[in-house]
Design a protein around this ligand. Structure first.
Ligand code: SF4
Length: 337
C-alpha cells in the first residue's frame, strides 16, 4: 500500500494549565496511504480526536503543538497560515463530525452549505454548483434532493443530517476524509447504513479515510489498518485482522471485551474497563495503562514499555511482549481467526 498521502511524525500536543502542561497527544506517528482506510480507536481522552483536529488545523487556540510534523502529499501542514490551511480544507481533505446538528449551520439552507466548498475552491458558476450539489445529495442516498436543497437542518432527521455532512465532505473529491465518530449519535440501523455508505464512497472515489471511533467493532468493520490509542499514545497497531483477532495489548483486549460481538456465541455479559485515564499533567513514569491493567508487573510502574514488532504491520507497546514476562493466564492474543 502506498503510504504517501498523510504522514504524522512525533506529533505532541498539550494544553497549558495552572499545574503544568496537560499532554493529550504524545509522540504519535502514523501514516495513511492513498486509497487506505485507517481507524483510530480508544476511549474519550485517548488523543484520537485531538490528532484528527490537528490534521484538519482545527485545534483550539490554547492547544500547543510542541513537536512533530504533519504532511499531506508531502506538504507540511503545521505552521501554515490560516489562509493556506483554508485552501487545503475542503479541497484536499474534509471532515465529517460526530454531531451534525451542531456542525451544520441552523440558519443556512442545506444546498448552500453543501455547495460552499465548491464556491470557495472552484470557478464553477452558480447553476453548475447547484447541479453538483443535487447530484452529490442523491449519491449519498438522499431522496428528493431538489427539494432538500431549500430546507434547513432542523427540518430533516438525524440520519439525513449525517448524510448531508457526508455530502459536504465528498463534494470536492478530497484525497483524505476524516470521520470523527460519524455514527455515534445514530441508531444501529442508520449506523450500518452510514458505514456502508462510507465504504461505497471509498470504493467509488478512492478517497482515503481516517476513521475515529471508541467502538472497536465499527473500526474493524470499516478499516484496513487499526491504531489503538491510550492516554495520548499509540499502544498497538496492525491490520484490522491483527487487532480484532490477534490483539496483544491488554487495553485492546479490554476494548474488545466492552463491545458486543456478533460472532461470539458464548459471551453475554459485556465488561467495562475499570478506572480512568491517568492525569496527564503528571504522567506516570511507566506504562500509562498500569493502574487499570490486570496483568501489570513491577517493571510496568517503573519504565515505559518498548515497542515490539510482531510483524512488519503489527506492533505493540507492552512489557508482556518481553520474553522474560510470564504470559500464563493472559487470555488474549486469539488465534481463532
Ligand atoms: Fe499492562 Fe504492563 Fe502491558 Fe502496561 S506494560 S499494558 S501495565 S502488562
Amino acid at each position: 500500500m502506498d503510504k504517501e498521502l498523510l504522514k504524522i511524525e512525533n506529533l505532541t500536543i498539550g494544553f497549558p494549565t495552572k499545574s503544568g502542561i496537560h499532554t493529550v497527544v504524545d509522540h504519535v506517528n502514523l501514516e495513511v496511504g492513498k486509497g487506505e482506510i485507517v481507524g483510530i480507536v480508544g476511549e474519550s481522552g485517548s488523543g484520537k480526536s485531538m490528532t484528527s483536529l490537528a490534521v484538519m488545523g482545527l485545534l483550539s487556540e490554547e492547544a500547543q503543538v510542541s513537536e512533530g510534523s504533519i504532511r499531506l502529499n508531502g506538504q507540511e501542514l503545521l505552521g501554515m497560515s490560516r489562509e493556506e490551511r483554508r485552501k487545503i480544507q475542503g479541497r484536499n481533505m474534509s471532515m465529517i463530525f460526530q454531531e451534525p446538528m451542531t456542525s451544520l449551520n441552523p440558519v443556512m439552507k442545506i444546498g448552500t452549505q453543501v455547495g460552499e466548498s465548491l464556491k470557495l475552491h472552484t470557478d464553477l458558476d452558480k447553476e453548475t454548483i447547484r447541479k453538483r450539489v443535487i447530484e452529490t445529495l442523491a449519491s449519498v442516498g438522499l431522496r428528493n434532493p431538489e427539494t432538500l436543497i431549500d430546507q434547513y437542518p432542523h427540518e430533516i432527521s438525524g440520519g439525513m443530517r449525517q448524510r448531508v455532512m457526508i455530502a459536504m465532505a465528498i463534494i470536492n473529491h478530497p484525497d483524505l476524509i476524516i470521520a470523527d465518530e460519524p455514527t455515534t449519535a445514530l441508531d444501529v440501523t442508520v449506523q450500518a447504513q452510514i458505514l456502508n455508505l462510507l465504504k461505497k464512497i471509498h470504493r467509488d472515489t478512492g478517497s482515503s479515510i481516517l476513521f475515529i471511533s471508541h467502538d472497536l467493532n465499527i473500526v474493524h468493520f470499516i478499516s484496513d489498518e487499526i491504531i489503538v490509542m491510550y492516554a495520548g499514545e499509540i499502544v498497538e497497531r496492525g491490520t484490522a485482522r491483527d487487532i480484532f483477532y490477534h490483539q496483544q495489548h491488554p487495553y485492546t483486549w479490554a476494548l474488545l471485551q466492552s463491545v458486543p460481538r456478533i460472532d461470539d456465541e458464548d459471551k453475554t455479559i459485556l465488561n467495562t474497563i475499570e478506572g480512568n485515564i491517568p492525569d496527564m499533567i503528571y504522567p506516570p513514569k511507566g506504562c500509562s495503562f498500569c493502574t487499570r491493567c490486570p496483568y501489570a508487573m513491577k517493571i510496568c510502574e517503573e519504565e515505559k514499555p518498548k515497542v515490539t514488532h510482531i510483524t512488519d504491520e503489527h506492533s505493540v507497546a507492552c512489557w508482556l511482549m518481553d520474553p522474560r514476562a510470564d504470559r500464563s493466564g493472559v487470555p488474549f492474543g486469539r488465534t481463532d481467526a
